[in-house]
Design a protein around this ligand. Sequence first.
Ligand code: WTA
Length: 660
Amino acid sequence: MNHESSTSLENLLAEDRRFPPAPEFVAQANAGPEMSSWAAADRPAFWAEQARQLLTWSTPFTETLDWSGAPVARWFADGRLNACYNAVDRHVEAGRGDRTALIFEGEPGDGRTLTYAELQIEVSRAANALLEIGVRTGDRVAIYLPMITEAVVAMLACARIGAVHSVVFGGFSAEALRSRIEDAQAVAVITADGGHRRGSAAALKPAVDEALAGGGASVRHVLVVRRTGQEVAWTEGRDVWWHEALEQASERHEPVQVEAEHPLFILYTSGTTGKPKGILHTTGGYLTQTAFTHLNVFDLKPETDVYWCTADVGWVTGHSYVVYGPMLNGATQVIYEGTPDTPDKGRWWEIVAKHGVTILYTAPTAIRTCMKWGEDVPGRYDLSSLRLLGSVGEPINPEAWTWYRRVIGGDRTPVVDTWWQTETGAIMISPLPGVTTAKPGSAQTPLPGIAADVVDEEAHPVENGSGGYLVITEPWPSMLRGIWGDPQRFADTYWSRFPGIYFAGDGAKKDEDGDIWLLGRVDDVMNISGHRLSTAEIESSLVAHPMVAEAAVVGASDTTTGQAVVAFVILRAEYLDQVDQEGEGADVAATLRAHVTKQIGPIAKPRTILVVTELPKTRSGKIMRRLLRDVAEHRKVGDVTTLADSSVMDLIATGLDKPT
Ligand code: WTA
């Protein structure tokens, strides 16, 4: 275990505060203690029961789990259903059409609410509009939108016709969009003129135009939502206004019933190599587990709760806990377009108070940012409607956890720290709010129906009180079914480290009670503000710049963003002179930051760029990131005995006098 993990481990073990659920909460909770033993007795049967209870099948399934093609699971494979029908139409058919589905808050202060009945009309029109531009069942559609209602409608409309959506986060660059469009061979793109961000209109359409100019030949049409009203370039014959297409489309559409294993979506995420992985999720199992977890982990009462998950639909949290989980359960939810500090730092709390939000799900990085802004900001608002708080995306430090519960939750709400991944599709490890005595900083228990463990190098479960690698030992319904177009990479990445069991890539520890504490990634994946980025992806972007000969990227601890990107670069000889002349080499850093922003997106922009003359490497030529992390975190450099040339670290340390 590296140095960083062992220090955080010591801190965590000193954490002995306990928060048992309040008796009033227990009395009304959806999930009770009996659920875990029931699930453990027969996992597949437990999930089959959930699939029957929580979803409506046009053809009921008779098979539950087929693991004969491991590591590709098949769940409920002979059943048929439609995701959009389950998320929208059936609520209307059951007489709940008047219930508010979406409460939209635009950043400039505009808003819109949509009932389930209105949503049914809108998704039907959108489905017909997609058919009109030639999208067919099984086709891939790229979605590149701000956090507006049309993003939800677009995803559901794809699902309605059995097309596979590939949402690309609006903060990604044209280049990132192009590579995702090409990998999935998308036939259409749904985008907007722009979105409102930090008080101004940020254009989106130009990135689509650029992506398609540089490739993306599979794309026949681009549907463009008008959000900001800004000028857009127009390609006749290719571009279609969303509002015009929907106006012309019929408001009736029969959802296409697909097989349970029909692909629902692809979502790209960072791995340990430069190329993002297209994580593939299918329909029946994914919907079962998102609905189940949303209902039980958040204790949702659809008639009375107002739920708000602050994630963007560009990330998996937005897929599972904005679109599918809540809507399958018929929830009323808030979606918000902008940033937490626009027009001021009270915006989130104003939204909570205005709409009476009862359940809030956000990321530790946001909580730490609010801590920095001070308690008096949320203190100005009435947050008494809140009854449950959730956290996701990275380990939540006990201080942030207790602050969240005390300041936002009024010392009364349960806090659920939910561990899961793009690959797992839905929450896997989390306290159950009416059952578990919470420990700040720990995700604690695998959910009913989930078999997780912490193992050593040889795949043996570690004793309580020790650390190791987090693994999932039994298939689960919402597990990824593969990496789009790359079955070998799927097998290698997740199933080869410990044959036959799923390797999550996270370090973890079991405490004396057997509860699980997550300790961060053990591979070359970084977690910046709860967003996954790969060191290799940023390195390959840096070396693609003519100035750079070699680059090494590490994630260094950062008190707000969890980790921050720190890049060590060796410049090509021609450019070295330039740095010398400019002393600090500020232009080099600015140029490279702009370059990474353009190639990947602003979230990947290095916080610090250090120009060095050597990089620490093992004799086999592997960069020793551990040592670079020591440097980036201002620690005494660790063991250098495996370095090919141990004087390298001295050179780097000297170079640090001139950080850029
Ligand atoms: C990290 C986000 C600790 C972890 C849903 C995982 C967490 C990666 C937690 C997946 C948590 C997520 N505690 N770490 N509660 N939740 N992580 O794919 O390292 O964007 O492997 O999915 O985030 O990130 P992803």
